[in-house]
Design a protein around this ligand. Structure first.
Ligand SMILES: Cc1ncc(COP(=O)(O)O)c(C=O)c1O
Ligand SMILES: N[C@@H](CCCC[NH3+])C(=O)O
Length: 416
């Protein structure tokens, strides 16, 4: 359930007509709902109830400072994958002590900065990384809290590009090597082992793969305890899917209950790293129909957003709902491909959408709050879209549209 609903024949973002936002900020423009972000985050915290937990929002899903700030104010932790994301969390008022640092190859400078600000822990993905973190921590005379990211080799049953917990994926330490990696970590004087984690993929629509992964992690927890290595937390990563079309992913509540049941009295804090399930349906991408084109085979609606603004349809053939901000019946009723102006055949936002359109109409691409703006680019020297946050009947520009001069400013000609 989100806060983009129709009222009196037009789409609203919370209490603001989307037409008003388009008029004020121009298109294409990302619009986020604060209430939806808050609701999605608190769905996790409520579900966890009194069980010790840390909900670390995956910054990669949407790293806008205002988005991070809304979550920080609710007490969220953050899952980061770069020092850039760390700086964003800090700038947004996030608590470094609630930050977990994932990623397959953290650089020394990134590790040093994370130690300097005192993050919660590093999710370590290889023995090589163990050695690297040990080296940096020793140089700084610090203890680094670590958790090992285990690749449990379970099938997340999602798109192959966003599946991360299979043997053939680059992520994590293989299950078979896990115990020996922990034993090695235990020998390193500047590391403090505190947890275990996994992240098996994104947009999961079933709970079973999570529970299979959890079984494997709990097996490790118990085996490690026998060896005298007591873990304090179990981090199941992110990955809970959202409804883009017909899929009905489990609610955080159902997921959390199943997880808590499995943990069976073990004294473990539960950590989750949700990204998409918090941000995706908290955002839409608003775009304007520029012109309608019929080549005799196909109707195209050429809009002012393109693959550079939202790459998910082109990259994963992902389906996102496209709705008319003010539905009409007096335009051209047809089966449209909604395409952008970029010079690529793959530049589409949706195919075969039955709509009634006129040039100038506004469309909203739903579920665009996660992996939308963050994956945008300047391809074709297009400027990045503006981002706006709606908060009840208020709206705020939270990132201005880029200008061409900003694009040009960081480039240099050769001296002669
Ligand atoms: C390590 C890690 N944690 C969390 C996430 C967030 O995943 P999602 O947005 O599917 O919840 C990702 C992205 O897939 C990830 O790689
Ligand atoms: N970018 C992907 C999700 C990747 C998750 C990051 N590990 C998507 O849009 O679906």
């Amino acid at each position: 359930m989100d806060h983009f609903l129709y009222r009196d024949g037009e789409l609203f973002a919370e209490d603001v007509p989307v037409t008003e936002l388009a008029k004020q900020y121009g298109t294409p423009c990302y619009v986020y709902s604060r209430a939806t972000l808050e609701r999605h985050y608190t769905a996790y915290t409520k579900a966890m109830g009194k069980h010790p937990h840390l909900i670390c929002y995956a910054v990669k899903a949407n790293s806008n400072l205002a988005v991070l700030n809304v979550l920080a104010k609710l007490g969220a932790g953050f899952d980061i994958v770069s020092v850039g994301e760390l700086e964003r969390v800090l700038a947004a008022g996030g608590d470094p002590a609630k930050v977990v640092f994932s990623g397959v190859a953290k650089q020394e400078a990134e590790i040093a900065r994370a130690l300097e600000v005192g993050i919660h822990c590093f999710n370590v993905e290889s023995e090589f990384e163990l050695a690297r973190i040990q080296k940096v921590a020793a140089e700084m005379g610090q203890q680094a809290a670590i958790s090992l990211r285990i690749n449990p080799d379970v099938d997340a049953k999602t798109h192959p590009y966003i599946s991360t917990g299979l043997k053939e994926n680059k992520f994590g330490i293989s299950f078979d090597d896990a115990i020996s990696a922990y034993q090695k970590a235990a020998q390193l004087p500047n590391l403090q082992i505190i947890g275990v984690d996994c992240h098996i993929g994104s947009q999961l629509t079933e709970i079973d793969p999570f529970l299979d992964a959890m079984d494997r992690l709990l097996f490790l927890v118990d085996e490690l305890a026998k060896l005298g290595i007591e873990l304090k937390h179990l981090d199941l990563g992110g990955g809970l899917g959202v409804r883009y079309q017909q899929e009905i992913p489990p609610e955080p509540d159902t997921y959390a209950k199943a997880v808590m049941e499995k943990i069976q009295g073990r004294n473990l804090t539960l950590v989750f790293e949700p990204g998409r399930s918090i941000a995706a349906n908290a955002g839409i991408l608003v775009t304007q129909v520029d012109l309608l084109k019929d080549n005799g085979h196909k109707h195209f609606a050429i809009v002012d957003a393109a693959m550079n603004d939202l790459i998910r349809p082109s990259l994963y053939n992902a389906w996102q709902d496209i709705v008319q901000v003010k539905p009409r019946i007096d335009g051209l009723q047809a089966n449209f491909d909604i395409v952008g102006p970029v010079c690529e055949t793959g530049d589409f936002l949706g195919k075969n959408r039955e709509l009634n359109l006129k040039p100038g109409d506004l469309l909203a691409i739903r579920s665009a709050g996660a992996y939308g703006f963050v994956m945008s680019s300047n391809y074709n020297s297009r400027n990045r879209a503006a981002e706006v946050m709606v908060d009840k009947d208020q709206h705020h520009l939270i990132r201005a549209r880029e200008t061409v001069s900003q694009q040009i400013a960081n480039e240099y000609l050769l001296p002669n």
